[in-house]
Design a protein around this ligand. Structure first.
Ligand code: PEP
Ligand code: MN
Length: 358
């Protein structure tokens, strides 16, 4: 589906900064956080969860509608625009009633087309920016599907929030970034703003800067970070929240990259290097084409002689030899294995096709 997006901010800027507590807990906690953030300047949106989707029941599920006037006060007192998560029709109506400026869909909502559609229906005819978090699992289509549903409701001020993916066995991140997924989203929709939610990727404080910097290096359009006046005692996501002052420090350390430059020397050298890359890519593709033709020829022989396609010993030898060779030219074992597995899969597919031919 073709989509044309507008900035979620009234005055577009190159990097959007969103901060605020995971959850609104009390009027005092919300306002203290907002005052601390407003003092930093440069904050575009104040976030706070009013309705919290929790993995298990009986954990704190958000204060609900009583928290909405607190967000209104934030805006009146500090001038900060506000944003909160909506997952149901009623959430949308209540948030709109209290003048919340921007809405977002959470990772547990994006996975469920029924819920996304319910929110989209409630948004029909409403002109408000919406941010859409990636689904919990590594499924780009689901993410795009949610964006499409909201877009079809008439919303064009849309941003995507990258909050990482739940992947079994990763102990560095709470939610593994899998950067290739937002990179692919950006390739498909170049005008869609992508914001990095470093808090939910990290799940801890000490890696927040590293992940935010990574996002800036990849030309993301902003960050969303959870901040709390007393992070250790936060009612949700305590281990990943930082104080507004700590957030200010993080922001001063964060380096924004330029998209491009007019520097002639830089442009020249980049162009030269890119040209070389293009030539190598072409050579690689020609060689892959030749390799597949050979695989097909082998397939014909195997068929004629009634030999099985998969030759595990041979495949293992290729893999081992290539990992060693790769290592000697500075390629990681993981990378070589991934490339070869993909090549091998295509060879097998082609040989299978030959076997099936009458
Ligand atoms: C949140 O932002 O507090 C939240 C619940 O995030 P996610 O939907 O990414 O888990
Ligand atoms: Mn949270």
């Amino acid at each position: 589906m073709e989509m044309k997006f507008k900035s979620i901010l009234d005055e577009p800027k190159s990097h959007i900064v969103i901060a605020g507590p995971c959850s609104a807990e009390s009027e005092e906690q919300v306002l203290t956080t907002a005052r601390g953030l407003a003092a930093l300047g440069n904050i575009d949106l104040f976030r706070a969860g009013i309705w919290k989707p929790r993995t298990r029941p009986n954990s704190f599920e958000g204060v609900g509608v009583i928290g909405l006037p607190w967000l209104k006060r934030v805006k009146e007192e500090t001038g900060l625009k506000t944003t909160t998560e909506v997952a149901k029709r009623d959430h949308v109506f209540e948030a709109l009633k209290y003048g919340v400026d921007v809405l977002w869909l959470g990772a547990r909502t994006t996975v469920n087309p029924f819920s996304v559609q319910e929110v989209a229906d409630a948004l029909q005819g409403v002109d408000i920016p919406v941010m859409i978090k990636n689904p919990i699992n590594t499924d780009l289509s689901l993410w795009i599907g949610s964006i499409e549903r909201i877009y079809k409701a008439g919303i064009t001020r849309i941003a995507a929030i990258h909050r990482g993916f739940s992947v079994h066995g990763d102990n560095k991140y709470r939610n593994t970034p899998r950067w290739q997924i937002p990179i692919e989203l950006k390739r498909l929709y170049p005008d869609l703003q992508i914001i990095c939610d470093n808090s939910h990727i990290c799940g801890r404080r000490d890696t927040l800067l590293e992940v935010a910097q990574n996002a800036m290096d990849l030309d993301f359009d902003g960050i969303m970070t959870e901040t709390h006046p007393d992070p250790d005692h936060a009612w949700s996501d305590a281990s990943q929240q930082i104080t507004p002052v700590q957030f200010g420090e993080l922001m001063t350390k964060l380096k924004y990259r330029e998209r491009t430059t007019d520097d002639a020397v830089f442009k020249n050298s980049i162009e030269h290097l890119r040209h070389e890359i293009d030539e190598i890519d072409e050579e690689l593709l020609n060689m892959l084409g030749r390799r597949m033709n050979l695989a097909q020829e082998i397939g014909q022989y195997k068929k004629k002689n009634n030999i099985a396609i998969l030759q595990s010993t041979r495949w293992n030898e290729i893999l081992e030899k290539s990992v060693k060779k790769g290592n000697s030219v500075g390629l990681s074992a993981d990378f070589v294995e991934n490339v070869l597995k993909s090549i091998h899969e295509e060879s097998i597919n082609r040989q299978e096709k030959i076997m099936r031919e009458p």
